[in-house]
Ligand binder design. Structure first.
Ligand SMILES: NC(=O)C1=CN([C@@H]2O[C@H](COP(=O)(O)OP(=O)(O)OC[C@H]3O[C@@H](n4cnc5c(N)ncnc54)[C@H](O)[C@@H]3O)[C@@H](O)[C@H]2O)C=CC1
Ligand SMILES: O=C(O)CCC(=O)C(=O)O
Length: 528
């Protein structure tokens, strides 16, 4: 099978080498597509690779019926509609580490350029003006440098700023006093950063909560003469409010790499002499572009080939070590989900997944998603996957519970799926036997030992002499060979089940006749 990959923003040729070297991919590079052209062609592709230029909208994800993965060669995913990607089962991966250095270095370059008016002086001298008076700067040493958002880039900026002998203070919801102390910086609240800093730099993602985080009210709290840097995302700073603050001499200067609208159409803010700007160049270094393209290429290939993503954005990522330990249970979890979906005839209101034995030591959330996927696929089809399974369950009003229990009933590991409907509940349990593969070991109250593969028939019947024989005889009449059979009963003469594995799918007319066999209450076929 060949996977078609579209690269719609310029990516490092060195960086996409892993993609070019992959055997089963065909790569198209089209970096000048209009939004309409992208919509027209996206249904031909299994993967889309972008930087920050391409807008991966709801419509793109809707039309991209083959899309399995969107790779963002960089950090910010604000150009990708994550909710729509999740809804359509498209995994979004990014490359969070590859451009950290470059973005931090660019921030420091902007800080120094701002403090010393380098771009303005450079422009003057290029115009043959020898002007030394207009470009008197300020020293960094001893000034207070406020960082808002101390993640990967914010932290790197902090280390570099300390080298400039700035007093670094920072606010981040995840920053503690102890952590700040360890980094040799000062922990502060947002208001403290706004009130105390001579230079303020923002390094948060653009989220609902960070949109216009630096607004008119925030500027009002700042020192007069403060200088502002934004190398994170346009929109974290309210550009209108920044314009006013500069014109009113509250803000002495601003260094901007990112803008509310990119490319910029309204140059009002940029034209102010106090503003220096670059066109979103924070990650534009040979090294960063190579790093991010390599990282994202590896993830895209892995996902297309059914592997696990290292940097998924719309799925929680797990350490490789943990992933390796739970991977053997993937098959079992999906099959149990599929099994219970086939054996439940009413609307499912609640699914509980119980993990016991060895499984209690693991982060089992991927197994829960996989079980729900197996369960929903029966009615929603193959477009349900690990990314959107929980989303669809929520949409269908199905509550999902995940529980770890101590009772493993003598098994080293036991996974039990229980579904509740309006009128009752049913359960199935399975285990992974060392060296022997997976087994279904319990259906409701009945112990069984069934390999969950192929064509299964679950028969509920009365425990009476002849019931098993009648089923066998009827199947033989229609040339259906029984490969394995397991029986279980509550008590002598009470309710019982038969679990058969047969060599081929059974036709509807045969099923109908089976249901009419004396002492058979119910029966269902399950293809696993
Ligand atoms: N200019 C450019 O070319 C580049 C820009 N970026 C942008 O830089 C930003 C930061 O990237 P990373 O450091 O890699 O992300 P990160 O996820 O490592 O760090 C973001 C930090 O912001 C913090 N944060 C979130 N909301 C906050 C709030 N309301 N107040 C204070 N802190 C808050 C988070 O707790 C986190 O620690 C992103 O917006 C990213 O898109 C990244 C690379 C290049
Ligand atoms: O692709 C780029 O150059 C932009 C990088 C960026 O803004 C990011 O990684 O968030």
């Amino acid at each position: 099978m060949t996977f078609n990959i579209l690269i719609s923003d310029p990516l490092s040729e060195e960086g996409i080498k892993p993609l070019r070297d992959a055997e089963n991919v065909s790569i198209t590079v089209e970096t000048k597509l209009t939004p309409e052209e992208l919509l027209d062609c996206i249904d031909q592709y299994d993967a889309l690779l972008v930087r920050s230029q391409t807008q991966v909208t709801k419509e793109v994800l809707e039309k991209g019926t083959r899309l399995k993965v969107v790779g963002r060669a960089g950090v910010g995913v604000d150009n990708i509609d994550l909710d729509a990607a999740t809804e359509h089962g498209v995994i979004v991966v990014n490359a969070p580490d590859g451009n950290t250095n470059s973005a931090a270095e660019h921030t420091i370059a902007m800080l120094m350029s701002l403090a010393r008016n380098i771009p303005q002086a450079h422009y003057a001298i290029k115009q043959h003006r020898w002007d030394r008076k207009s470009y008197v700067g300020v020293e960094l040493k001893g000034k207070t440098f406020g960082i808002i958002g101390l993640g990967r880039i914010g932290a790197e900026v902090a280390y570099r700023a300390k080298g400039q002998r700035l007093n670094v203070i920072a606010f981040d919801p995840y920053l503690t006093e102890e952590k700040a102390e360890k980094m040799g910086i000062q922990y502060a609240t947002l208001d403290e950063v706004l009130e105390k800093a001579d230079f303020i730099t923002v390094h948060t993602p653009l989220l609902k909560q960070t949109k216009h985080l630096i607004n008119k009210e925030a500027f009002a709290k700042m020192k007069t003469g403060v200088q502002i840097i934004n190398c994170a995302r346009g929109g974290i700073i309210d550009e209108e409010a920044l314009y006013d603050a500069i014109v009113q001499k509250k803000v002495a200067g601003a260094a901007l790499d990112v803008f509310e609208e990119e490319p910029i159409k309204n140059f009002k803010l940029i034209e102010l002499p106090e503003v220096i700007a670059t066109p979103h160049l924070g990650a534009s270094t040979v090294e960063a572009q190579e790093n991010v393209a390599i990282d994202v290429s590896h993830d895209v290939i892995n996902i297309l080939n059914g592997g696990v993503a290292k940097n998924p954005v719309n799925l929680p990522s797990l350490p490789a070590e943990v992933m390796k330990r739970i991977e053997p249970y993937f098959n079992l979890s999906e099959k149990l989900g599929t099994f219970i979906a086939h054996t439940t005839k009413e609307v499912i209101e609640e699914v509980s997944i119980f993990y016991s034995g060895d499984l209690t030591k693991l982060d089992v959330s991927p197994l829960t998603r996989n079980t729900v996927k197996g369960l929903l696929k029966r009615y929603l089809g193959d477009h349900v996957n690990d990314v959107n399974a929980t989303y669809f369950a929520n949409k269908k009003g199905i509550t999902i519970n995940e529980q770890k229990t101590t009772s493993s009933k003598g098994f080293t590991n036991l996974l039990t799926v229980e579904v509740k409907t309006k009128s009752g509940s049913s359960r199935v349990s399975g285990t992974l036997l060392n060296g022997l593969g997976t087994r279904i070991v319990k259906v409701d109250a009945y112990s069984v030992d069934v390999v969950p593969t192929g064509h299964l028939v679950l028969v509920r019947h009365k425990d009476q002499p002849g019931a098993i024989g009648r089923v066998g005889t009827l199947l033989a009449q229609f040339d259906v060979n029984i490969a394995t059979m397991q029986v279980g009963r509550s008590d002598i003469g009470g309710d019982a089940i038969m679990m058969l594995t047969v060599d081929r799918q059974i036709e509807e007319k045969v099923l109908k006749q089976l249901k009419e066999v004396h002492d058979i209450h119910d029966l269902m076929t399950i293809d696993l």
